[in-house]
Each structure stands twice: as C-alpha cells, then as structure tokens.
Write a protein that binds this ligand. Structure first.
Ligand SMILES: Nc1ncnc2c1ncn2[C@@H]1O[C@H](COP(=O)(O)OP(=O)(O)OP(=O)(O)O)[C@@H](O)[C@H]1O
Length: 700
C-alpha cells in the first residue's frame, strides 16, 4: 500500500519536531552507567549463571605463512530502560514530550524504555516484559528461552529476557513488547503496532524500499494490518557555520594515502589533479572546502574530480573513509556553479540537476549534510528525502526548491511517481555504495528508476558510482547503466580493507563472546566502539545487557523507529553513548568521528560487509582497530576471503584461521570435535540467545 502523499496528516496524530539543540554535548557525561542501576537491580539477578566461562577457546595465533601476495601498493609498515540517562531514555531527552511519548507508546507502556522519573521502572513490568520479578507476565519470553548449554538458564533462570521458543516461531514476536524498542513502545505481540513499515518493523531485505514504496506489507508485516502513517518529522540539522562545517581532524596516516597505487581503466583518461587549486573551483566552493578543513586531495578525489568534470561516467572504488563523498559532490557543484544554475524556487514539480542515491536513511542524510556544507553560500539547494519520515514534510521541503536530491531508492521512486520530482533536467545520477544499490536487494528499484519515463538515457546523463567494494558480477551489472566509455578508478585493491585499521580475529564460541566483549570494553572504557551483530534482536539484547553492565550503550537497526535510530546515532556521535550495537544498517558509509574500535560480535556472512563494517574506524588517515569473534561453526565459509582481506591489508593471519580456510573438511571436523569438547567444558558460560533464525537480511 502506498503512502498517501496528498493526505494531510490528521491533526490529532502526534507530529513532533524534536529539537536536537537542546541536547548539549556537554551533558553527555550525564549518561552514565549508574543510570542503569534500576535495571541492574531488577534484572539479571545474582542468580544468573555467568560462571565457568572458560570452555574451549583456542586463540592460537601465529604469524602467518600464508602468501601475502604481490601487493604493490604501500602496505602498513605494519534503556534500556530505567532513567533518563540511558540510551533509550535519551529519546526522552531529545523527544521528551511526555504526553506524546505516551501516546506514541514510548516508555511507560513498554519494555525496555524505562520510566521518566527514575522510580521503579515500569519498563519491566506490565506489558513491558523483560522482567524477572515473577513469571506471570513473561515479557521477553519465559518459555525456555535462553539457556546455556547445560540446560540452565543464563542470566536468570526465571526466564526473563529470554527468547522464548514460542516467539522463535513467530519472527516478529517479542513477547508483549518487552525489550522491544522497535515500534510504538513494544506494545503488541508480533510486533503489534509496529507492523507499519514506517514503524520500522521487519521488512525483509529491502526495508528502505519497503518503507518508501509501500511494499513492506508483502515483505514482512502482518498481512491484516494497515500500515501506520509516518508522522515523524526529523529535527532540522543544526544551523550556523560552526555546525555546518564541523569536521574532524584528518589523521597521521592521511599523507600515506598518496602511496596507494591507483589504477584507472578506460580510454582517454583525463589526467589526475594534485591540488584543490587545479580543480578550478569557484571562489565560494573553494572557501567552503577550506572551511571544511580540506587542504589536500585524497587519491580518489585526485582522479575522480577531473574525470567527472570532463563529463565522463565513472565507477570508483576506494577504501572506506578516503573521501569518496567529496569526490563526487565537488565536481557536481562546480558544474552547477559554472553553468550559473539559478536559485530554485517554490514549485510543485521540482527538476533537480543531480540525484544522489544511497541505501540507508542515515547515510543519505549524511551525504545531504555534506552537500549542504559544500554548497553553503551558493544558490544550489540540496534536499534529502528518505523513508521513516513524514512524506508530506519531505514533499514540502522538496517544493521549496531542489537542485540536488539526496534520496533512498524507495522514497525516490515514490516522489517521482507522485510527480513531485521531474527528471528532465537530470544531469548527474550518483549511486553511492553502488554495489549495494545494484545487488539483489535494491536492483529492482534501481532498474525501475532507470526506466522511469523521463529518465534521461545513459547517453544523456552522467552516471557516477562509488564504493569500497565491487563484486565482479555487480561490476558487470553496473555497466548496463554506464556509458560504454566509462572509466573505472581503483585506489588500492578492489574490495580491500582500510589499511589503517588493525584487525584481530579471535576464534570464539558463541558462549564465550559476551565475556570477551565485556573484557574488551572494560579494558578500553572510554573508547568509542561500534559492535556489529547479525540480527536485530541480538542488537537489542546486547545493548540492554551492556547497559546493565554499566556501559553507556545504544543500538541501531531496522526494527527501530526512525526517531529512535536518529536519536541513537546522535547519542553515539555526541559521545553520550560510547557504545553502539548495530546491525548491517550501520555498516556502510557512516562517518563518525573518533570511532576507535569496531567489534564484530558476529562475523558477517559476506566479506564485503566485513570491509565496510571495519571501515567505520580508521577514517581519513586516522588509525583504528577491529576485533572479530569468529565462530568456526557459523563462520567457516567466510574464512578464505577473510584471510585474503587480512593478508592484503598486511595483517596477521591467525594460524587456526588459515587452517580453516585452506585445510579442507579435515581441519573443520577437528575444530568441530574440539569445539564440542569445549562446549562440555564450558557449559556454564554466558551465552547470547540464539537469534540466528531471525537474521537481518538487509541493511535495514
Ligand atoms: N581532502 C580531504 N581532506 C580532509 N578530510 C577529508 C578530505 N576528504 C574527505 N575528508 C573527510 O574524510 C572523512 C571520510 O570521508 P567520506 O565519508 O567521504 O569517506 P568515504 O570514502 O565515502 O567512506 P565510506 O566508504 O565509508 O563511505 C569525512 O569526515 C570527510 O569529511
């Protein structure tokens, strides 16, 4: 069912514009572990079985003999609840309109979200689930869920927080909302009121698409439920030059970018430029670049800017965090300035000169903010539209004028089919994270867009694709949308990991992961850390658990409402929360200052995703580290490509990983045998519930 763009939102529906400016970074320390005391006291009582953590864990590691290849480019020389301070309650800080919150089913109704006043959290009673006071209302599953291998329940043998067998059969059930921060406060079973796509319910692979184009009904929502209207209006981004040009420092390895080999495939390659001066940007753009703190071009910028300025189509591949966004924004803006694009004016049908597409809402918003930064003081007007925000609001914003439209694919299709956006003036079409945009998840939407009436043919537009990874088959597919004489710029190796990230892979059984995680976090408490898991439930589970363990944590995933996602990201960006637990939705593109550590609590199923995930750290010449918990049983398939990634990035490859990668079945079997012995030995170790069946198949 399509969102009705023409209908005004009913006035009694809560439509709240939160004001981020009320959330000062200075207050960020207010979030503190103590704020979770109530949770700690209420849950996971001391009976939890948290002992005997050992078990078999081989972390054997020796320098690898694996052939490191003939790399020629440089190498590295080497909420939950409780009170207002925690992550989930931080939504209250930001969006803290109690009455509305209640209407929207924020805290009060339901699990996890805590109460407003720091008294006994009602988050853990009533419908809220996630409780352990008694078993009558079982919240997050009293049935069986969440036992350790020896049959005892972990955390609490009364079953709180468990992932009940009953719920397992129903992917969207979270008990009666306990711990469910995904929809309107965790009210209902099976996702209850969260069924509407705009509420972030499970959407299958194409959540963004589903959200925006209304496909979500088929893709995971309750069939008999009408989707809810999206009422969320995001706060306007902070204004003022200081905010617009806020930029973090490039790191000590920034200059080393120059040592990376660049390969350009194609005919008549325009020569690279070496300095911003050579780019011949107009005065305003030059000033903006300087204000943004950019002094030197990165390699992808050196090559891409002249190629785009020469009117060529481009597929560019460069490592994460190396400045691909500016590589396409600056030449596009330069063209617009040189063409003397007139200030766009209020019109019901806007005809942008450039459309930029990215797969997730947070990423497209970030790109929009970059576009706003570089176009500051010009008459070029960038606009952003994405799922999860009130369509009427987005439409109004577009009507005010739009030269550059930043959009997620589904919402873009909607807005084009509603004839709010025309394509006749389109000169630039940019696919950021292009491989993701062209893979099975988004390919149908992209195809639809490319064949929309009015879409200029590839001969008449300039198509630009950027990513850090390009699987072979995607490259082939991409050429359908690019002119035959397009150029392919590769900085370093296609799909290579950022060489400024020190990677560690630990062999880890499931029930050793939590203990290891806590150990890591305790030893690096102030470090801004992103933890990746493969399922949405697990993201919540771990964030909740970490809150209890007094780490200021939040989570982001596709089951959270948009305001929650934005709030979580904001809390993480501002330092209010030092830990964010994420699914793949946060794997690509997000540029967050000073992320020091990425932990793959679950190793992703595809190595490209691994590359993007660990690329959230070590950006712009800064160094970072990534630690991955490799569970042989679940992750052996990725062993071989992972060894290649590590080797190419000149990282140490653990001997056991090589063995799994190249040792064939024999090696694997001996691991399984050892593993099952370890299971017996370490049966009491804390384990996370098995959420494997509810994998988040998409970014979002
Ligand atoms: N020439 C430059 N000088 C200084 N900082 C730069 C320069 N180019 C980009 N940056 C900064 O580097 C950071 C990473 O840039 P960006 O987000 O564009 O990386 P990316 O290559 O798109 O990464 P990803 O593959 O993760 O999407 C940003 O904070 C950006 O502002």
């Amino acid at each position: 069912m399509e969102e009705n763009w023409d209908t005004e939102i009913e006035t009694e529906k809560p439509t709240y514009v939160p004001n981020f400016s009320t959330l000062e970074t200075e207050n960020t320390d207010n979030y503190s572990a103590y704020s979770n005391n109530d949770i700690n006291n209420q849950n996971y009582d001391s009976e939890r079985s948290f002992g005997n953590r050992g078990g078999y864990r081989s972390e054997r590691s020796r320098p690898s003999n694996f052939n490191r290849g003939s790399r020629t480019e440089r190498g590295r020389g080497r909420g939950f609840g409780t009170n207002r301070n925690d992550n989930y309650s931080s939504e209250r800080d930001v969006f803290g309109d109690d009455e509305r919150d209640q209407r929207r089913g924020f805290p009060g109704r339901g699990g996890y979200n805590g109460n407003e006043d720091g008294q006994k959290p009602n988050a853990f009673r009533g419908r809220g689930g996630f409780r352990n006071e008694n078993e009558q209302r079982r919240g997050f599953g009293e049935r069986g869920g969440f036992r350790s291998e020896n049959g005892q329940r972990n955390f609490d043998n009364r079953g709180d927080f468990g992932n009940s067998g009953e719920e397992e059969d129903r992917p969207r059930s979270y008990g009666r909302g306990g711990f469910n921060n995904s929809d309107t406060g965790g009210r209902g079973r099976r996702g209850g009121r969260g069924g509407g796509s705009q509420y972030g319910g499970y959407k299958g692979r194409n959540e963004e698409v589903g959200v925006e184009s209304g496909k979500s009904q088929e893709e995971g929502n309750e069939k008999d439920e009408k989707p809810k209207k999206v009422t969320y209006i995001p706060p306007p981004p902070p204004d003022g030059e200081d905010n617009i040009f806020r930029q973090y420092q490039s790191g000590i390895n920034f200059d080393k970018y120059d040592e990376i080999l660049v390969d350009v495939t194609g005919k008549d390659v325009p020569p690279a430029i070496l300095t911003f001066e050579e780019a011949n940007l107009c005065e305003t753009l030059r000033r903006n670049v300087a204000r943004a703190g950019y002094v030197k071009l990165t390699p992808v910028q050196k090559h891409s800017i002249p190629i785009i300025m020469a009117g060529r189509d481009l597929m560019a591949c460069a490592q994460t965090g190396s400045g691909k966004t500016a590589a396409f924004l600056l030449p596009i803006l330069s063209y617009m300035m040189n063409e003397g694009i007139t200030a766009s004016q209020y019109l019901q049908l806007q005809e942008p000169e450039a459309i930029i597409i990215a797969p997730t809402r947070e990423l497209i918003n970030q790109i929009y903010l970059d576009a706003r930064k570089f176009s500051y003081g010009t008459c070029v007007r960038p606009v952003v539209v994405y799922g999860g925000i009130q369509p009427v609001h987005a439409m109004r914003d577009v009507e005010k004028g739009c030269n550059i439209l930043c959009a997620t694919p589904g919402r873009l299709l909607d807005i084009v089919s509603k004839e709010k956006i025309g394509l006749s003036k389109l000169r630039y079409l940019v696919l950021d994270e292009a491989d993701r945009m062209l893979d099975m998840g988004f390919a149908p939407e992209i195809e639809k867009l490319m064949t929309k009436p009015g879409m200029p043919t590839k001969e008449k537009r300039q198509t630009l694709m950027f990513s850090a990874t390009y699987p072979e088959e995607i490259r082939r597919l991409a050429s359908n949308y690019l002119k035959s004489e397009h150029l392919f710029v590769v900085v370093g190796l296609v799909g290579g990991a950022c060489s400024d990230v020190a990677q560690t892979v630990l062999e880890m059984r499931e029930n050793g992961k939590m203990e290891k995680l806590l150990e890591i976090l305790k030893s690096s408490e102030k470090e801004r850390t992103m933890i990746f898991v493969n399922t949405k439930k697990k993201a919540d589970f771990i964030a909740g658990y970490l809150c209890q363990e007094k780490f200021s944590s939040t989570s982001i995933h596709g089951d959270r409402e948009q305001y929650q996602r934005e709030s979580a990201l904001w809390d993480f960006r501002t330092g209010k929360c030092t830990v964010i637990v994420c699914t793949a939705v946060a794997a690509r593109g997000l540029d967050i200052e000073n992320v020091q550590h990425v932990i793959n609590y679950d190793v992703p199923k595809e190595v490209d995703e691994y590359v993007h995930r660990i690329g959230r750290t070590g950006r712009c010449g800064n160094t970072g580290k990534a630690t991955s918990f490799f569970n042989v049983q679940d992750d052996h398939v990725i062993a071989r490509p992972l060894v290649k990634i590590l080797t190419d990035a000149h990282q140490e490859v653990p001997a056991w990983l090589e063995e799994i990668a190249f040792g064939g079945h024999g090696a694997l079997n001996s691991f399984y045998a050892a593993d099952s012995m370890g299971e017996q030995a370490g049966g009491n170790a804390v384990t996370t519930p098995s959420f494997a069946q509810e994998e988040e198949a998409s970014w979002d």
